[in-house]
Design a protein around this ligand. Sequence first.
Ligand code: NIG
Ligand code: FE
Length: 400
Amino acid sequence: MSKIKLVNIGKIATYNSQTKVVDSITGSDILINDGIIEKIDNDINENVEIFDCQNRLVTPGFVDPHTHPVFLNGREEEFGLRMQGATYQEIAEKGGGINSSVNGVRNTSNEELIALVTKRMDRFLKLGTTTIEAKSGYGLNVESELKSLEVLDLVNQNHAIDIIPTFLGAHAFPPEYKNDRNGYVDLLCNEMIPAVAGQGIAKYCDVFCENGYFNVKQSRKILEAAKKHGLIPRLHADEFEDSGAAELAAELGAVSADHLMAVSDVGIAKMAEGNVTATILPGTTFFLGSTNYAPVKKLMESGIDIALATDYNPGSCHIQSMPFIISLACIYIGMSVEDALRSATFNSAKTLNLEKEVGSIEIGKKADLVIWDLEKLIEIPYNVTDVPIIKVMKGGKFIF
Ligand code: NIG
Ligand code: FE
């Protein structure tokens, strides 16, 4: 058994699942036993290895609950086209968008993808993310979707970060099904979902439910098939237009509805009724040059829990930094830094059914911690692009 004690902590900022508020704890040490937080106290008399935090801020590691990291190349040419006025949807209609990443994944070996995803995970960890949800969704056939999930599994086994894989075969209609959309839905339900369940890697199934992509009827069919095979539903919902996706998330008992820039009042009411968490991706709004952020205040007033995520992907949001997402949430959405921290840690863990293990600094939880070269929580969003992290600890071990 290995024990380590963090001493001289300036401040511990963490959500407290008992009091249900974000605490700011001063004067306490943290004792970690075999990767688990054993004590948080000002008087821990154990003679064990010590790490001196030199009066700095300690927070939980971030939990990023929505990313798309399994792709080959970036799509910076689309970024350039947007600078000339094209919209994300126009670029997608002209053959860009999700489908332009499909050939890359289909024609690349596992080894090459593993190397790329590993490098991306190194970066996430350096930015303080210790648990991450990661979707397939650029393979769009049985073989390449299974390959994407296998890549995530292999990286997970060899990397300190914890990866929670999601099957997103319903990300777009692949070119070979361009004129037979229901045929692709049948392929998803009858072949891909059973194969993914049989493979046993993905825990969740996601659908891009949006006008021009999967409609509500198709999304319902896919997610019901997924549920039958033991995959838990989550949903890309009402990103560009309201299509009733938030309502569908509630109907299906999805853990989370994500994006929600265009969610309707009815959708919000249904989500509140169904206890669906709203995962907000302000990086996507920002990266697409929009100012139409999701109506977080309204969602919060309806009693809906908010989670924050990066949506890291090659097209609509090439951002990996949860600290930057917190800056956006504070600056553009008007979230308090305490709410933003809770949303980026505990609430995001809740959408992955992991809130008993990670997402806060509490006794019995994994020692997933970030030690900052900062004193106060508000300095995280205040520093915007600077990420003054001294150490990231994952399961009781310092990573860098
Ligand atoms: O969450 N909205 C759908 N999927 C991604 C975009 C992926 C891409 O453009 O490659 C998103 O924003
Ligand atoms: Fe996404």
